[in-house]
Design a protein around this ligand. Structure first.
Ligand SMILES: [Zn+2]
Length: 343
């Protein structure tokens, strides 16, 4: 049961200067996978650059050209959070291409599942603007690619990054072939992700938001997986599962207020893997989104791989030292079940 990872040092060339989304995130992940011996258990998938045609599956041509032009001028800020360097356009092509190549490897059965360790991240990027550290929407592009290239009819996207993937929601809001499920802190950046955003027209019901209050930890997330994500995902009968894997809901993360542990991320990955095994022959592609505390990020990514490989999970950071009480999300779960007619 081979598990793949996408990586190339080109991802380090997206230079954001003084920023939380920096190249050391990926350098730290790769060196941790080496140190712990895990890298030897994984199959390397070399990425390629996405083509403009592939980017155009999600993005407007004018926007793609604009990103190329900003890089040509040596870089610059696209919004208050999102910055480019001279190499960022090329790196972003490889980030989108890396997730496409992970899809190729999984669909071609070179590996059962694959995790694309890429940057810049993607789930905030919309068809026409950059947002939240994201230039191109890597997971949306690769999902549209999988629909077109492999004539798939149903793909499930699970997004457990602490932020709502506004760009991914936008890309598939009218598309009944893709179910987008996001669990995220709310109200919070980027402001979208209300539970009443459920999809439109023929796609009504295929957008499922789980807006969680601050302070949720492992037990709340596992409840959400068991009571909403697994039943809704199973009902959709996906042929491929794609995951926006963000680790900024770890308790040590500087950007958000959630309490998830490394062990919690490992358990979530185990549930997702079981879902993929049960529904679609194990076909599973993950891509890296957020996660800004390096110690938490590297251990959480390793825990994710360990879950995919069937290894035991270790948590060097332990649970949150902060004493938040249990967060009551039962009412929220009941409302979401009602909206989405879940048992
Ligand atoms: Zn995030």
């Amino acid at each position: 049961m081979s598990v793949g990872y996408v990586y190339n040092p080109i991802y380090l060339k997206h230079d954001t200067g003084r920023h939380v989304e920096v190249a050391t995130r990926l350098e730290a992940i790769i060196s941790y996978l080496e140190q712990t011996g895990l890298k030897k258990q994984l199959t390397l998938i070399e990425p390629r650059a996405a083509t403009v045609e592939e980017l155009s599956l999600v993005h407007q041509r004018q926007y793609i050209e604009q990103i190329g032009e900003v890089a040509g001028r040596g870089g610059g800020w696209l919004d208050p959070d999102t910055v480019m360097s001279a190499d960022s356009y090329e790196v972003a092509l490889y980030a989108a291409g890396g997730v496409i190549w992970a899809v190729e490897a999984v669909m071609g059965r070179e590996v059962v599942s694959a995790f694309a360790l890429v940057r810049p991240p993607g789930h905030h990027a919309t068809s026409s603007y950059a947002k939240g550290f994201c230039l191109f929407n890597n997971i949306a592009i690769a999902t549209k690619y999988a629909l077109a290239e492999y004539k798939l009819e149903r793909i499930l996207i699970i997004d457990f990054d602490v932020h709502h993937g506004n760009g991914t929601q936008e890309a598939f809001y009218h598309n009944p072939q893709v179910m987008y499920i996001s669990a995220h802190e709310y109200p919070f950046y980027p402001g979208t992700g209300d539970l009443n955003e459920t999809g439109s027209g023929a796609a009504k019901g295929t957008n499922l938001n789980i807006p969680l209050p601050a302070g949720c930890g492992d037990s709340e997330y596992l409840k959400v997986f068991e009571q909403i994500i697994v039943p809704a995902g199973s009902r959709f009968k996906p042929q491929l599962i794609m995951v926006s894997a963000g680790y900024d809901n770890h308790w040590a993360d500087p950007l958000a207020m959630m309490q998830v542990s490394v062990n919690g991320f490992g358990q979530m990955a185990m549930i997702i893997k079981e879902l993929a095994d049960e529904l679609c022959g194990g076909r599973l592609v993950l891509t890296l989104e957020g996660g800004y505390n390096l110690d938490a990020l590297v251990a959480s990514v390793k825990a994710t791989f360990d879950a995919l490989l069937g290894n035991s999970i270790s948590d060097p950071l332990g649970g949150s030292p902060r004493s938040f009480g249990a967060v009551d999300i039962d009412r929220l779960i009941a409302v979401i079940k009602e909206i989405h007619k879940l048992p």
